[in-house]
Design a binder for this molecule. Structure first.
Ligand code: PLP
Length: 382
């Protein structure tokens, strides 16, 4: 068959997982449709218990999105005007957006060339920049970029020395582990996203917060329902409407049953990519003691490669690609005015210039992956 006439490959094949889950998801949704507790139904508490067991966190508070998960922790800690929150610049905008929403100042720092995760030296620099500007460094939000955990020991030690708390943004990394411990157990709290394209996603928007701090968990439960107190209409703090729908919780309970197996499949697929492409492009590397859930499989193109042309060459063969992120946060119109670590953020900027992500999901079969590898290699021979 002519290569150009082959059907396009999905970037993330949500439908393949849907086929595997089949009736189990239909039945889970039907149970909710039968009991009609669409908000706060029993599946929500069940999911929270199962997620806590899965990652080892003391408390899990589900919520409406990954963005809300980040925002709610900062709200609970009273982060606001005059506070600096250190964020890697090479991330999805939500990481810094929640800081700015509360009137606090996101201070952007650089990332590590090998892992794409927050760089400890740049973090220290960013803390000094914050102090010089008269801001109080309150927190750091490491991001487990593309599924690989940040260096939580190093970041935790810096935060502790400065009296800051750590809010881990594991929107892309939930399921991965650092030195044998699953994400969800580092820092004061961890936020994740259940956006459908995430390694552990639902069929709409959703998120969760993980913490060992019982007091914080109780405050988060209040914040997610308008800051409610023990009496329903006596609100004790300013909050949000940020609950996870019962239907989404029911779906996630079914998906959790196959998540371990999917993580193993993602690992095999990442290994095949590394083997097939490692000598033509820069392939992602895992730092010692870390596993990844491979939210994205992101390669770096050799110097001088025309990225648009490369993407167009693959697209012509039915192979989609995506660029995460063409601009780091400090380069974006909405965030240019916020401070950054001294000396610029050269790694973030060069990553934004040369990264490109290939199709990645647990159902990418070997022949399809071979087709992608051949096309990538072919793009450099042309
Ligand atoms: C690193 C990171 N943080 C936060 C979020 C926000 O998650 P949500 O889309 O569920 O609000 C995302 C989602 O793409 C993300 O990738």
């Amino acid at each position: 068959m002519n290569q150009h006439l082959r059907p396009p490959i999905p970037f993330i094949d949500v439908a393949a997982q849907r086929r595997r889950l089949g009736k189990s998801v239909d039945e889970a949704v039907s149970r909710v449709l039968a009991h009609c507790q669409f908000i706060g139904g029993p599946e929500v508490a069940q999911l929270e218990t199962e997620l806590a067991a899965f990652c080892g966190a003391g408390h899990v508070v589900t919520c409406a999105s990954g963005t809300d998960a980040l925002l709610m922790v900062l709200m609970a800690k009273g982060v606001g005007r005059g506070d600096a929150v250190l964020c890697p610049s090479f991330t999805f905008c939500a990481t810094g957006e929640v800081v700015a929403l509360l009137g606090a100042t996101p201070v952007f720092v650089d990332v590590d060339e090998a892992t794409f995760n927050i760089d400890a030296a740049s973090l220290k620099n960013g803390i000094e920049v914050s102090k010089k500007r008269g801001l109080k460094p309150r927190a750091v939000i490491p991001v487990d970029m593309f599924g690989q955990p940040a260096d939580h020991d190093a970041i935790g030690a810096i935060a502790e020395a400065e009296g800051m708390f750590v809010l881990d943004d594991a929107a892309q990394g939930f399921g991965a582990s650092y030195k044998g411990r699953r994400l969800g157990t580092f820092g004061l709290a961890t936020a994740t996203s259940f956006f459908p394209a995430k390694p552990f996603g639902c069929f709409g928007d959703g998120g969760a917060i993980f913490t060992d701090d019982a007091q914080l968990a109780a405050e988060l439960r209040s914040i997610r329902v308008h800051g409610q107190g023990s009496e329903k209409y006596d609100n004790v703090r300013i909050g949000l409407t940020a609950r996870l729908d019962t239907i989404q919780a029911a779906i996630l309970i079914e998906k959790l049953k196959i998540f371990e197996d999917e993580i193993a499949a993602r690992d095999r697929i990442a290994a095949r990519y590394a083997q097939g492409l490692g000598n033509v492009v820069s392939v992602p590397r895992l730092a010692a003691g870390r596993t990844s859930v491979w939210a994205q499989y992101t390669i770096r193109l050799p110097k001088g490669t025309d990225r648009e042309r490369f993407a167009a060459t693959l697209k012509a063969q039915g192979i989609p690609t995506a660029i995460y992120y063409p601009k780091s946060m400090h380069q974006q119109a909405a965030y240019r005015g916020f401070p950054a670590a001294d000396g610029g953020l050269p790694v973030s900027e060069s990553l934004s210039g040369d990264v490109i992500s290939l199709p990645m999901h647990a159902y990418l079969d070997e022949p399809t992956q071979a087709r992608i590898i051949k096309a990538v290699r072919g793009a450099f021979q042309a």
